[in-house]
Design a protein around this ligand. Sequence first.
Ligand code: CA
Length: 222
Amino acid sequence: MRLLLVEDEPTLRAQLRAGLQAAGYAVDEAGDGREAQFLGDTEAYDAVVLDLGLPLLDGLSVLKRWRDGGRALPVLILTARDNWSEKVAGIDAGADDYLTKPFHMEELLARLRGLIRRAAGQASPVLRCGDVALDTRSGRVTRGGQAVALTSHEYKLLDYLMHRPGAVVSRGELTEHLYAQDFDRDSNTIEVFVGRLRKKLPPGLIETVRGRGYRLAAPVSP
Ligand code: CA
């Protein structure tokens, strides 16, 4: 999953980036409102962490512009302590959730997992397809109750697909959502990871849809 982190305070931004990356997210950053708006308009994000007090263009205006432009991406706003009116304005402007500074990284991560899950129409933190289960909290994957050891790349790929069972996901979409902007992207690597993942999962779980991409489907027993 790929996130946009918008925070003008460099120390806090670096801390948040490190925490988000450690949790497996690909992270793009913006330090002002204009850059944030541009990135949110042009790149594919699974969620945005948006500070409200920003130079050039404030966070609330950025959010309003995204929503006016039909951008539905999940947005979590960071608000100042003891400023209830900011929370109300933020939610009314289209924010999906908020956190008051200072906050614990664990809480931010839990809220992001929830936002991403709900945006994909998933209510449970444990995603299932056939006898494969992926626990978004622990990052554990099981097959028939038995643990499956995945590399972080394999996990990220499966996580993205498990959030969208039955949907056709192109290689381009996977590349966009699994790598940050500054990453040297090559959609051929996706094929390699899909190949490795298939060897560890039930046959038929990840279907190839010719010319379009991949689809996660519960395999039908012969
Ligand atoms: Ca700020």
